[in-house]
Design a protein around this ligand. Sequence first.
Ligand SMILES: NC(=O)c1ccc[n+]([C@@H]2O[C@H](COP(=O)([O-])OP(=O)(O)OC[C@H]3O[C@@H](n4cnc5c(N)ncnc54)[C@H](O)[C@@H]3O)[C@@H](O)[C@H]2O)c1
Length: 379
Amino acid sequence: MERIAYGMVGGGKGAFIGDVHRKAIRIDDLAVLKAGCFSRDAAKSNAFGAELGVEPDRLYTDYQQMAKAEAKRTDGIKFVVCVTPNVSHYEVCKAFLSEGIHVVCDKPLTWTVAQSEELERLSKEKNLLFCVTYAYTGYPAVKQMRKMVQDGKLGAIRFVNAEYPQDWLANSVDENSPIAPWRMDPKVAGISNCLGDIGSHIENLVATITGLKIKRVCARLDSMVEGRTLDDNASVLVEYDGGAKGVYWSSQIAFGYDNALRIRIFGEKGGLEWLQEDPDHFTFTPCDGPKQRFSRGRDQFEACAQQYSRIPAGHPEGLFEAFANVYKPFILALGKHLANQKLEASDLDFPGVAMGLEGVRFINRCVQSSKQGAVWVTL
Ligand SMILES: NC(=O)c1ccc[n+]([C@@H]2O[C@H](COP(=O)([O-])OP(=O)(O)OC[C@H]3O[C@@H](n4cnc5c(N)ncnc54)[C@H](O)[C@@H]3O)[C@@H](O)[C@H]2O)c1
């Protein structure tokens, strides 16, 4: 397959996740960066675009102009990657979808449910692929756990206990933090900080592995550090369709924790446990036997998971590879789509716009619940 041209909005010099996206795409080398609007400051965007090797006539001062100009070119970009802060996701995605360009956007997809619904509708109407980069779903261990749940190894799921503790906001915001302080600003982040930034990963990961659909939530969002408008700690009780229950805790004030996303899933026939900071391994405990340790790259991983493993067991893989594992199926599916080939369900092994929408719905309903005094709110 010829490498597919892509463009990027956001991800300027020093930005956090745009750089991870670019490097992850290069792992499989299926797409090449050809256009960009990397910052709202044209001079900064142009200087950085030149460093990245983007031709000057494809460096744009704003994303609207970029969408229109790229759509007109015969060699225009086929997909855009939106890695701006949350406030502009909706407008950026809409601009490119409207011009017939496929979209990859980081989470949370938009601020409001209505905005995400509109993006879903637009992508369907225009027959465009849409990926939301919930990167943790790309780990081979996550794919293997999903397969075991689908195969009934856990039986019916009874309870999920998942948490994402960090401590980088345990003290007052450091303006020089490498992770941008805009996350604390409702005018940029939206209605939530902690829950939107990391609690949304829990919601998506549980949905990906278990297929469970949330029926209702009862949430308490707190700002533990004085003077904050938005939450830095969130506790959520969850009820799923079918009767299973769960509890999700996300926190940025948990001293001693970096990115300790941990998920425990308990079914009537066994339990699973996985920690993002040790992503190659997970444990499965069957009801009638001892705890078993699964390891990426070893025989217990089935083809659907093992195909995303790049090096032998014992050589750790990490977040870059997980991102690459989101991009690989997306770009391969796009290649088929552009060649007018029919896409099978198995081609779409990446988080799509529907998952982005569910994530935004979850955040909004949790905030609503918390504001009403931690009452149950239906999704
Ligand atoms: N999937 C994940 O694991 C993950 C991890 C981190 C961040 N994110 C998400 O990625 C997004 C970006 O986060 P970040 O930490 O990289 O932020 P950041 O502040 O480090 O980077 C944002 C970049 O976007 C640029 N930008 C802002 N508005 C722009 C506009 N209108 N046009 C062009 N460029 C613009 C900024 O100049 C900056 O370079 C957020 O939505 C965040 O939630 C996702």
